[in-house]
Design a protein around this ligand. Structure first.
Ligand code: GAR
Length: 202
């Protein structure tokens, strides 16, 4: 079966990467296969997860010069059709998004357009939601564009904020109830679209 070749770029724990690997294992992500994992830092858990799943993995440090060019050549080398930013804590330039020929999608741990943009990543997003006092937050999967967290939304899911929540508790609930569900669903939607386009070009 024709599948879209996916590269996942991660910066840390890689639980969203794991959700994609598990969804592929269960047959829920059937139109796309994870062909490459790029970690932007050595020693992060995402690398162990890729190795354990037998997925090609490379480290390209984000702070190195020409980081984006190195990522682009890795994507070309591995014939990647689509990029998933799964807990990637850097920001790709508009140039990167334009130079890569396929879709780049990102998971953000809030309901965009709330608590997003530059400086909103990881636990800071949940801290901001708690400081504001919102009673509902969630996660968003969207296309990456030259505007940080600004591309078109693909899927969103709301999650309740509960009394006594800390950023860590809220982060875990948003992951369990929204991120790990939405990201594989969005990966399947976009992969299926890529395959339809490939088939119409045959
Ligand atoms: C996730 O909550 C993800 O949504 C968030 O970082 C965490 C990474 O966890 N991403 C951002 O904040 C991007 N702006 P993971 O490495 O375990 O998937």
């Amino acid at each position: 079966m024709l599948t879209a070749r996916i590269a996942v770029i991660a910066s840390g724990g890689g639980t969203n990467l794991q959700a994609l690997i598990d969804a592929r294992g269960r047959g829920e992500l059937k139109s796309g296969q994870i062909a490459l994992v790029i970690a932007d830092k050595a020693g992060v858990k995402a690398i162990d997860r890729a190795n354990a799943a037998g997925i090609a993995c490379m480290v390209i440090p984000r702070r190195e010069p020409e980081f984006e060019e190195k990522v682009l050549s890795a994507l070309a080398e591995h014939n990647i059709d689509m990029v998933i930013l799964a807990g990637f804590l850097g920001i790709f330039s508009g140039g990167f998004i334009r130079k890569f020929h396929g879709p780049v999608i990102n998971i953000h741990p809030a309901l965009i357009p709330s608590f997003c943009g530059k400086g909103f990543y990881g636990l800071r997003v949940h801290q901001a939601a708690l400081d504001y006092g919102v009673k509902v937050t969630g996660a968003t999967v969207h296309y990456a564009s030259e505007v940080v967290d600004g591309g078109k939304i693909i899927l969103q899911k709301a999650v309740d904020v509960l009394p006594g929540d800390t950023p860590e508790i809220l982060q875990r609930r948003v992951m369990e109830q929204a991120e790990w569900v939405l990201l594989p669903q969005a990966a399947e939607l976009v992969s299926a679209q890529i395959i339809r386009e490939k088939e119409s070009n045959i």
